[in-house]
Ligand binder design. Sequence first.
Ligand code: KIV
Ligand code: NA
Length: 267
Amino acid sequence: PVRRVTAIDIRARKGGAPIVSLTSYHAHTAAIIDRFVDFILVGDSLGMVMHGLETTVPVTLEMMILQGLAVMRGSSHALVVVDLPFGSYEESPAAAFRSAARVMKETGCGAVKMEGGVRMAETVRFLAERGIPVMGHIGLTPQSINTMGGFKVQGKNDESAAAVLADAKAIAEAGAFAMVVEGVVEPVARAVTQAVPIPTIGIGASPDCDGQILVLEDMLGLSPRVPKFVKRYGSLAGLIEEAVSSYADEVRARTFPTPENVYKVKN
Ligand code: KIV
Ligand code: NA
């Protein structure tokens, strides 16, 4: 069996060849992307992508564990990182440890991710010192949508830029092995990457980040609405429509199934 990429391997990639990442919530998509990416994120974006929720706020630990297990079964090479969902870690380092340990024990994943900078630094340290590799997530943090007033790009003025930089430094110092930098103006995302000794993984950030991540369904053209930062590398919605339309036509015309699609009795 292949040895999986570890959080330590990702940490060591600072300033080197770009780190490639995509999300997956699903065994079969995990199997397809496994050999192309360095890590797979089981993101809480699954609430929106799989369940049609408006935000990630309602996502539960049980949902993350179920899909984390599916992705672990489907993959064998990439590091699997599972998001801690809203409400499962913010209250205290002890609460965060319990949630993160449950995710790691029940899925076998190699790391967890949590949103927040300065305010979560103590928690990042608590987990990192106790055997849990933590990926940070700063800038636009979707779980805070109800206090941010919408999905807003961060770092647009000096005050906001300084806050993003302080967040990045705080979680790097606290022992995170990498951090997602989401929805941050390009010069600030670049400055963050230069300011911290751990890899930055950009999404709506900068080409100078140490790696990039996208939501798989967004880049495949399956999601109905996508943010400006998404580049579409495929048009899966159209392919599914064509296939389903052909199937429906053939069933109605009784041209499917054909003799090759049914079982005969052997004599
Ligand atoms: O939940 C998610 O998919 C994420 C990525 C967009 C970074 O957190
Ligand atoms: Na997320």
